[in-house]
Design a protein around this ligand. Structure first.
Ligand code: BYC
Ligand code: FE
Ligand code: FE
Length: 483
């Protein structure tokens, strides 16, 4: 048990926001903390709560030394409140207030808009931990187990980051929203998480890697846009969160890469050249490449839905207000107000996909999604290099953006992964080849057996090339608690 009474919040919560002098916010956070610990302890299986996990903890915002590594009992992890340093004389970088001094307090006219965005951002963080709650039981190695928990504690810290903003700047309704972030829960019927992808299951480690590659990358894009915000505390918070996000996507990219690598290796050892020889490949205890492509299709398209409608007045208003900007806003060569600009969005005319121009202000979500698609393509190329090097003829691909969508112009239309519009029957017949089905799931599940000896890995995945914090291959990343 954690000692909830004698917690010294100023020393327990590493922070650079002067919490000890901010009595009101400190009190609000003290009230919120037991609920958080309760939520956390309910998610992580007991034996892991008592284990020693080699984790990094954010202890400052110095780019050279912001994290310290060491063994931690997870209930005692020090979730800090850290904001990137204030930029002197920072100006609002876009929208109708462009050039005015950045806001240090909430601008009254945009209070609700700002609160909504902070709540949505905050809601995803605990949602992802809930989705990943059972994975610790089947980790393919101690290295992977440690990475799972690293991602989990940091998503927990991201929740803290948003809760701090709610408590500090939004008074009573901010506190209520902070409580609701612990009340909603992934996949719940009564109180689900706010965005679709955070109510899906993450049933196995391949899903976890796909999620951290594709869905955490939505996190990166959204945080980049919020980091541009004219509301300075939000900007500073998001800038620091981005430092941690890189590792989450690294876990995803290398996890998938290692899974691909192992499959190719086993195929070669057994003289299998046809990647579609699925039964033989599966009998050898590795995941066939076509099934990995199906998982990719699923997680990529779920993540595309997180960008909202292609044409959105919400997004236009947030940009105009100076609350949420674009990816790499300072590097974009335009007036940063979008008074006369247009942008191309997808449209469906007589069953054919086309582009048409709309006022750029309304197409902010589409633009961010386009940036995301480019960003997500990078890893696919690196995975294909692994397959090519192994001499196997197969290529992983991002499916067309119209495939399997629930939000936006393509929602609930029957597109195949190439972007062809199909009849209901054609679509139904194709789905088992495009998305993971029950037997794919069962097969992957059958491989999910925990490996807990230092330096050993489950048969379906290769070891990583380098250790965390330069540790050697047989490093004991988690000292498991034995009951
Ligand atoms: N599911 O005009 P639209 C992360 C709603 S991930 C359900 O397009 P907008 C992380 C929408 O709310 C990053 N509902 O809205 C990753 C709206 O409802 P209301 C999370 C959806 O605002 C991994 C209506 O449809 N951060 O950090 O332009 C692990 C009309 O839509 C969905 C953010 O998202 C959906 N997918 O765009 C851990 C940043 N999509 O209000 C963490 C904050 C849309 O009319 N959020 N709707 O009832 C935003 O910027 C925007 O709210 C959205 C939506 C981009 C999400
Ligand atoms: Fe996060
Ligand atoms: Fe993340």
């Amino acid at each position: 048990m954690v000692d909830l009474i004698n917690v010294s919040y100023d020393t327990q919560i590493p922070n650079n926001v002067g919490l000890s002098e901010d009595r009101k916010v400190l009190k609000a956070l003290e009230k919120w903390h037991p609920g958080y610990i309760n939520w956390w302890n309910g998610l992580i299986p007991e034996q892991f709560q008592k284990s020693q996990v080699y984790l990094r903890t954010a202890v400052s915002v110095d780019p050279k030394g912001w994290a310290s590594f060491g063994y931690v009992n997870m209930p005692e992890y020090r979730w800090g409140v850290l904001l990137a340093p204030q930029v002197e004389d920072r100006k609002i970088p876009f929208g109708e207030h462009k050039g005015e001094p950045a806001w240090q307090e909430v601008p009254g006219e945009y209070r609700n808009m700002l609160k909504r965005l902070i709540v949505i951002q905050g809601d995803t963080e605990p949602g992802s931990v809930e989705q990943q709650r059972f994975l610790g039981l089947t980790a393919p190695s101690l290295y992977d187990l440690r990475n799972l928990f690293q991602v989990n504690v940091e998503e927990g810290r991201h929740l803290w980051a948003m809760v701090y903003l709610l408590h500090k700047y939004f008074g009573k309704d901010g506190r209520e929203e902070a409580d609701d972030l612990l009340r909603r829960s992934s996949g719940s019927d009564e109180a689900p998480r706010m965005l679709g992808a955070f109510n899906e299951e993450t049933p196995d480690w391949l899903s976890f890697f796909m999620f951290t590659y594709f869905t955490d990358r939505d996190g990166k894009m959204q945080l980049e846009s919020l980091a541009q915000s004219g509301f300075d505390p939000l900007s500073r918070t998001c800038r620091f969160m981005l430092t941690e996000e890189a590792h989450h996507m690294f876990v995803g990219e290398t996890g998938i890469g290692r899974t691909i690598d192992r499959t190719c290796q086993v195929m070669n050892e057994n003289g299998i050249t046809d990647p579609y020889d699925i039964n033989r490949i599966r009998e050898l205890g590795v995941i066939d490449l076509p099934t990995m492509q199906k998982k990719l299709n699923l997680h990529y398209t779920l993540s595309l839905d997180l960008f909202g409608q292609e044409v959105s007045t919400n997004a236009a208003n947030a940009f105009n207000a100076g609350i949420k900007g674009r990816y790499m806003e300072p590097r974009i060569d335009d007036d940063h107000q979008l008074t006369n600009d247009t942008y191309k969005v997808w449209d469906l005319v007589d069953g054919k996909l086309t582009h048409h121009e709309v006022p750029a202000l309304t197409a902010i979500n589409m633009r961010l999604r386009d940036d995301y698609v480019r960003d997500a393509a990078g890893g696919i190329g690196r995975w294909n290099k692994i397959i090519e090097k192994a001499g196997i003829e197969f290529e992983m691909k991002l499916p067309h953006e119209a495939f399997n969508r629930k939000i936006g112009v393509f929602a609930n239309l029957n597109f195949d992964p190439e972007g062809n519009l199909l009849s209901d029957e054609e679509y139904k017949a194709g789905v088992p080849q495009w998305l993971p089905n029950k037997s794919d799931g069962d097969f992957i599940q059958s491989l999910m057996v925990p490996v807990s000896e230092p330096g050993k890995y489950a048969g379906w995945i290769s070891p990583p090339k380098v250790g965390i914090d330069s540790k050697p291959g047989d490093f004991e990343y988690v000292k498991l608690h034995m009951a």
